[in-house]
Design a protein around this ligand. Structure first.
Ligand code: E4P
Length: 224
């Protein structure tokens, strides 16, 4: 399962990328607004930090302008994936850009039939929003299961990118279903490291080790 990081905060991306666990980045207009930076500059900087796909979203809603924006964003770096909303014009843009060889992430997906359309339009990624569905009383993970099954039935190459992730439980469920990617806010990645038994166990090991008076390294960092 690939992990993308869901932020336009360059400092966070740098920090997370240093773990070697980040396979890509997703942004959206709200995250760009939160960064307070120019979209072209911030996407260029992110693409320098991360080798994998970096999603940059168009802001227009009509086909002609979306295509122009998508082509501009794709020029920033080879690893830019153009993100388009799941609308008629968005899917027309998806088809055109993907025919040109540009990766496309179709976002704001809330139904399996929308996801089917995106796959037929040549999307590289489909982004179903699980958290926002849960927020209105739906079951976001049922949508992921449906899409994974449908894409498998027809061998669609479109990858299922679980978006709007709220916590480690979403990641666990998505992984059990076999989703290709989850895009995670930095706080969710941090939460995935944590377990009280890890903290408790480590403290016990440290206490027992201190009592031995031993050192693995000498003061110069060599063998003691
Ligand atoms: C990422 O591609 C989506 O835009 C993002 O995950 C949406 O998350 P939110 O519902 O927490 O805003």
């Amino acid at each position: 399962m690939k992990f993308f990081i869901d932020t336009a905060d360059v400092a966070e991306i740098k920090d997370m990328a240093s773990t070697g666990l980040v396979d890509g980045v997703t942004t959206n207009p709200s995250l760009i607004a939160k960064s307070g930076r120019n979209i072209i500059d911030v996407i260029a900087e992110i693409c320098d930090l991360v080798d994998g796909p970096v999603s940059a979203e168009v802001a227009a809603t009509d086909f002609e302008t979306m295509i122009a924006e998508g082509r501009r964003l794709a020029k920033i770096a080879d690893n830019v994936t153009v993100k388009v909303p799941l609308t008629v014009d968005g899917l027309k843009t998806c088809k055109t850009l993907s025919d040109e060889g540009t990766g496309v992430n179709v976002t704001l997906c809330f139904s399996a039939t929308q996801a089917l359309l995106a796959a037929k339009a040549g999307a590289t990624f489909i982004s179903p929003f699980v958290g926002r569905l849960d927020d209105i009383g739906g079951v976001g993970m049922d949508l992921i299961a449906d899409i994974v099954q449908i894409y498998g039935n027809y061998d669609f190459p479109t990858e299922v990118l679980v978006a709007s992730v709220r916590g480690p439980q979403h990641v666990l469920e998505a992984a059990k279903i076999g989703a290709d990617v989850a895009t995670l806010p930095p706080a969710v990645i941090r939460a995935m490291y944590n377990h009280p038994l890890t903290d408790k166990g480590l403290q016990a090991f440290l206490d027992d080790w201190a009592a031995t008076g031993q050192s693995i390294l000498d003061s110069k960092g060599g063998a003691a």
